[in-house]
Design a binder for this molecule. Structure first.
Ligand code: NDP
Length: 259
C-alpha cells in the first residue's frame, strides 16, 4: 500500500483490460489516477469501480483518442489542473491489427501505427515537458512479446510494437540526465477482451484457446493484474535506476525455443 502515494498518474486505454487493472493498482497504491480512454462509458464505469474499491481514491475519466496529439495534450492538461503535475504516464492503449502483409489495406497499416506507435509518442510528447522541467517522472509503455518475436499473419502489429521498444530506449536515454525514466513492459498472452475477441474470431474458439494454453510453460494465461503489479514497480520509487528497459511478463513463453 502507498507505494505511489502523492503521485499523479495518467493511463491511456484505461477503460478495460490491462489499462483498467493498472488504474486499479495505482489507486490502491495511493496515486491520483486519470483514465484517458476513447470509450467514455467504460472509462466512467471503471472510474466508479475504483472509487468504490478504494476509499478516498482520486479518479478522473477523460475522453481521449491517443491517435490525436491535441486530444492527449488536453488529457494531460486536465490531469494537471485536477491533481497537479504528472509524475507517471502509462501508454497502454493498443489495438490488434493482424493481417497478411500483401492483402493488408493501407487503412489497416495506418490504423495500427496510429494507435500502437503514434499513440505512445503522443503520450510521451505531452507528458515529457513537465517531467523534464521538474526533473522527475516515469513513463511506462505497454509493448508486447510481439516487440521481439514474430508470428506469421500478425502483420503489422509487431512492427509497431518493435517501434515501441525503440521509442522507449531513445527517450529513456534522451531524458536520463533529467531523471525521467522511460521503460516498457512486454506482456505475453493476458486474458482480456482483446484476447477473448481473438479466440472468438477463430473457426473453433475453444480449440484456439486450448492451443494458446498448450503453448504456455506455466499452463495458464496471464492476468491483467500481473501486468499491473509490474507497472506499479516501474512507476514507483522502487525502480530509480531502471531506465530504457523492458520487463517481459509472459510466464517464460518467449524463452521457449520450440512450441
Ligand atoms: P483491450 O482492447 O482490452 O483494452 C484496450 C483499451 O484501449 C480499450 O479500452 C480501448 O477502447 C482503448 N483504446 C483503443 N484505441 C484507443 C485510442 N485510440 N485512444 C484511447 N484509447 C483507446 O486491450 P488489452 O487490455 O488486452 O491491451 C492493452 C495493451 O496491452 C495494448 O497496448 C496491447 O497491445 C498490449 N498487449 C496485450 C496483450 C494481451 O494478451 N491482452 C499482450 C501483449 C500486449 P475501446 O474499447 O473503445 O476500443
Amino acid at each position: 500500500m502507498n507505494r505511489l502515494a502523492g503521485k499523479v498518474a495518467l493511463i491511456t486505454g484505461a477503460g478495460r483490460g490491462i489499462g483498467a487493472a493498472i488504474a486499479h493498482a495505482f489507486a490502491r497504491e495511493g496515486a491520483a489516477v486519470v483514465l484517458a480512454e476513447l470509450d467514455s462509458e467504460t472509462a466512467q464505469h471503471t472510474a466508479r469501480e475504483i472509487e468504490t474499491a478504494h476509499a478516498g481514491a482520486r479518479v478522473l475519466a477523460v475522453c481521449t483518442d491517443v491517435t490525436q496529439s491535441a486530444s492527449v495534450q488536453q488529457a494531460v492538461d486536465e490531469a494537471q489542473r485536477s491533481f497537479g503535475p504528472l509524475d507517471v504516464l502509462v501508454n497502454n492503449a493498443g489495438i490488434n491489427v493482424f493481417c497478411d502483409p500483401l492483402t493488408m489495406t493501407d487503412d489497416d497499416w495506418r490504423r495500427c501505427f496510429a494507435v500502437d506507435l503514434d499513440g505512445v509518442w503522443n503520450g510521451c510528447r505531452a507528458a515529457l515537458p513537465g517531467m523534464v522541467e521538474r526533473g522527475r517522472g516515469s513513463i511506462v509503455n505497454i509493448a508486447s512479446t510481439h516487440s521481439f518475436k514474430i508470428i506469421a499473419g500478425c502483420f503489422p502489429y509487431p512492427v509497431a510494437k518493435h517501434g515501441v521498444i525503440g521509442l522507449t530506449r531513445a527517450l529513456g536515454i534522451e531524458y536520463a540526465p533529467r531523471n525521467v525514466r522511460v521503460n516498457a513492459i512486454a506482456p505475453g498472452y493476458i486474458e482480456t477482451d482483446l484476447t477473448r475477441e481473438w479466440w472468438d474470431n477463430q473457426p473453433d474458439p475453444a480449440a484456439a484457446r486450448q492451443a494458446t494454453l498448450d503453448l504456455q510453460p506455466m499452463k495458464r494465461i496471464g492476468r491483467p493484474d500481473e501486468v499491473a503489479m509490474t507497472a506499479v514497480f516501474l512507476a514507483s520509487d522502487e525502480a530509480p535506476f531502471i531506465n530504457a528497459s523492458c520487463i517481459t511478463v509472459d510466464g517464460g513463453r518467449s524463452v521457449l525455443y520450440h512450441d
